[in-house]
Design a protein around this ligand. Structure first.
Ligand SMILES: CC(C)(COP(=O)(O)OP(=O)(O)OC[C@H]1O[C@@H](n2cnc3c(N)ncnc32)[C@H](O)[C@@H]1OP(=O)(O)O)[C@@H](O)C(=O)NCCC(=O)NCCS
Length: 185
């Protein structure tokens, strides 16, 4: 699948994307991506080999003007309800988004996320899209709000991605945002 916007192409990853991805995943900007950190360019090449088969829900964000991969966006179908069983529809999605620092503040994240939400709602059966962001991640919260998502709550000490220097888990406060298909314009 390829999604086109005014300035961007969203397309599946290719093995040749390793250098561009290494540029932003060598030092992930937020703790929730700590487990995605790529220590070396060799790790990045290996990671790209694993990503190439992902063609429906995991996209490289590519600048049309020079074909550079400047970030990524993905979300997979989930059963949204707390009491869901195997027969429940997978109509709920929770996106992850990340841009290379050099390309932030230019509206690219909004352009990519808007097109991705449109694709999930119109072509992938999404009924509800929700996002978690750390309470200090104002850029991500701003993006959620610009996309028309409602802030649904703040979960205190909800999740831990990294440890404190003494080895104990460092818990983060997490905001939840969401938007329903019927709210999407
Ligand atoms: C979250 C993240 C993707 C947001 O990226 P971003 O670049 O700040 O978001 P946008 O692309 O929407 O750009 C926003 C700003 O670009 C500016 N901008 C410049 N040119 C623009 C243009 N042509 N069109 C639109 N906005 C433009 C605007 O000032 C806009 O701010 P505004 O909405 O107040 O007008 C980015 O901060 C990131 O990758 N962070 C690290 C990873 C992360 O935190 N992921 C989420 C974990 S929960």
């Amino acid at each position: 699948m390829i999604i086109e916007t005014e300035r961007l192409i969203l397309r599946p990853f290719r093995e040749s994307d390793a250098e561009d991805v290494f540029e932003y995943l060598h030092k992930p900007a937020v703790n929730c991506f700590a487990c995605m950190k790529l220590e070396t360019i060799e790790n990045a090449r290996k990671e790209m080999k694993e990503r190439v088969g992902e063609t429906e829900y995991y996209f490289a964000i590519v600048l049309k003007e020079n074909a550079k991969v400047i970030g990524e966006i993905d979300a997979y179908p989930e059963t949204g309800e707390p009491h869901a069983d195997e027969s429940s529809p997978k109509d709920t999605f929770s996106p992850c988004w990340m841009l290379n620092k050099k390309f932030q503040g230019k509206g690219y994240a909004y352009e990519a996320a808007h097109a991705f939400f449109d694709y999930l709602f119109k072509e992938k059966g999404a009924r509800r899209i929700y996002a978690y962001t750390e309470d200090y991640n104002l850029a991500s919260q701003h993006l959620c709000e610009k996309l028309g998502m409602r802030r649904e709550g703040l979960f205190l000490e909800f999740v831990s991605f990294v440890n404190n220097p003494d080895g104990t888990p460092r818990y983060e406060n997490t905001c939840q945002y969401a938007i329903l298909k019927k709210e999407w314009r």
